[in-house]
Design a protein around this ligand. Structure first.
Ligand code: NAD
Length: 482
């Protein structure tokens, strides 16, 4: 078994105790670069999940009534612990998820920021106070914690997806059961151990890892003591959870799939565009909900931009994320590699040309060649489906209206990117795009201080910013005659 860079608990965390799953089963966690074994973690049963909710319910009053500053201190101390172990956490993330080490270091800084940001927000929870318009009475509106929450996270950003939910939930005064992705649970377990050392009271955060997500989530979703589910993952699973949330009218936050268009206008600066495009497409090996999925390029700049992108893609280095100089690590599994190849072949069958890459890389591990496609027709499957890998498809357009229509021709609406040197155009196009977030002349826009989230089938709610904490609060209005 590979030696891990820091002590990671491999049991469930329930009511402040680390314990094995009640059925005694374990799940192998492996390195996607070579399938070697990293750890064997507890495989929770439905009974374990209920025990985790019991603990969250038992702790909810004390945590909700605790001074906001005390809750804030726990988050702040965890932020400091994460930053003190930044190198070790980054290596752990690269081992379990595969992304290049430099990107894992970036995720530690980004993910930790949600702990610091919400430690600050915890002490700033306000409310509203006013006079009834008719006079003669005082109106008070105050936020309260929504109650015990179920947090379900995906594998692609093992630290940031956990802290983006834990930060606001704990700041608002909610207790939680968190279920990390089965393939990348170690980073979450390490961070929760840091929270425990930072003084988190027993039962406030409970972790259940499981080989079957629905085995643990279904009984919790049906339990009327659960007050909220916050999910990040595919739109397909989001729909299942929304159905399960309906009987109890459960509050939901849904961060789902994306199909981000990357628009380039003739007046764009080429250097800026290439840098933004490479980041938006190849960061995290293309496995990001915010990843640019389709490149829509105006005819006048298309030839030169394509040549520049080909040079940049040729310079990418495929390999183990821990190796020096590697910029493209492994994909999460063989199915993801197969999907990249399938969508490439579909585009080619409809007339697209492969300028570089296009094929899977022989094992061990799950690697795909960085791929550049041109002449991709808008009806190719890759324009409609999330590719989740290092494939960059280019489609040419003539007019702004045509570009906006193509960009909006999807049921998903998370992120969009646009490159132009005309800021009036940038504002006009931003207004016309049906998305929750727009990067203008930049390829990465997530920030703990900004509301992250989408429209249409990309989800419900926002994470981060001053808006993020409201997802975990409910309002109570009271009226007092004077
Ligand atoms: P996924 O939907 O397969 O899994 C996400 C999480 O849900 C995992 O923890 C998984 O174990 C769990 N899960 C799976 N089936 C479940 C079920 N029936 N009931 C309850 N839980 C279940 O997604 P993934 O493959 O882990 O992640 C990739 C997807 O996540 C992509 O579509 C990507 O766009 C999306 N994503 C969205 C955001 C965002 O903020 N909008 C961020 C990252 C990833």
């Amino acid at each position: 078994m590979t030696q891990l860079p820091l002590d990671v608990p491999t049991d469930l965390f329930i009511g402040g105790e680390w314990r094995a799953a009640s059925g005694g089963d374990r799940i192998d966690v492996t390195d996607p670069a070579d399938d070697s074994l990293l750890a064997r973690i507890a495989d929770a049963t439905a009974e374990d999940a209920t025990a985790a909710l019991d603990a969250a319910v038992a702790a909810k009053q004390e945590w909700a009534e605790m001074a906001p500053r005390t809750r804030s201190d726990v988050l702040r101390s965890t932020f400091e612990a994460v930053m003190d172990s930044a190198d070790e956490l980054a290596l752990l993330m690269t081992l379990e998820m595969g992304k290049p080490l430099a990107e894992s270091k970036g995720e530690v800084t980004y993910g930790a920021e949600f702990l610091r940001w919400f430690s600050e927000e915890a002490a700033r929870v306000g409310g509203r106070h006013g006079v009834r318009p008719e006079g003669g009475a005082d109106m008070v509106v105050r936020p309260y914690p929504v109650g015990p929450c179920l947090l379900i996270t995906p594998w692609n950003f093992p630290l940031a997806m956990a802290t983006r939910k834990l930060g606001p939930a704990l700041a608002a005064g909610c207790t939680v059961v968190i279920k990390p992705a089965t393939s990348t649970p170690l980073t979450t377990l390490a961070v929760v151990a840091m929270m425990e050392r930072a003084g988190l009271p027993a039962g406030v955060v409970n972790v259940v890892t499981s080989s079957s997500a629905s085995k643990v989530s279904k009984p919790l979703m049906a339990d009327p003591r659960l007050r909220k589910v916050s999910f990040t993952g595919s739109t397909e699973v989001g729909r299942i959870l929304l159905e399960q949330a309906a009987p109890n009218v459960l509050r939901t936050s849904m961060e789902l799939g994306g199909n981000a268009p990357f628009l380039v206008f003739d007046d764009a600066d080429l250097d800026t565009t290439v840098t933004a495009a490479m980041q938006a497409k190849f960061r995290n090996v293309g496995q990001a909900c915010t990843a640019a999925n389709r490149f829509l390029v105006q005819r006048g700049i298309a030839e030169e931009l394509t040549a520049r992108l080909k040079d940049a893609v040729d310079d990418l280095v495929v390999g183990r994320g821990t190796d020096e100089g590697v910029t493209i690590g492994p994909l999460v599994d063989d199915d993801t590699v197969a999907k990249c190849v399938e969508l490439t072949e579909d585009a080619v069958s409809r007339g697209a040309k492969v300028l570089c890459g296009g094929e899977a890389v022989d094992g061990p591990g799950h690697f795909m060649q960085p791929t550049l496609l041109t002449d991709v027709p808008p009806d190719a499957r890759i324009c409609a489906e999330e590719v989740f890998g290092p494939v960059l498809p280019i489609t040419v357009f003539d007019t702004e209206e045509e570009a906006v229509a193509m960009a909006n021709d999807t049921e998903l609406g998370l992120t969009s990117y646009l490159c132009t040197s005309d800021m009036v155009r940038a504002r006009r196009v931003t207004d016309a795009l049906e998305v929750g977030m727009v990067g203008i002349n930049i390829g990465v826009l997530s920030n703990a201080a900004a509301p992250f989230g989408g429209v249409k089938q990309s989800g419900l709610g926002r994470e981060g910013g001053s808006e993020g904490i409201a997802e975990y609060q409910t309002l109570r209005y009271s009226l007092t005659p004077l």
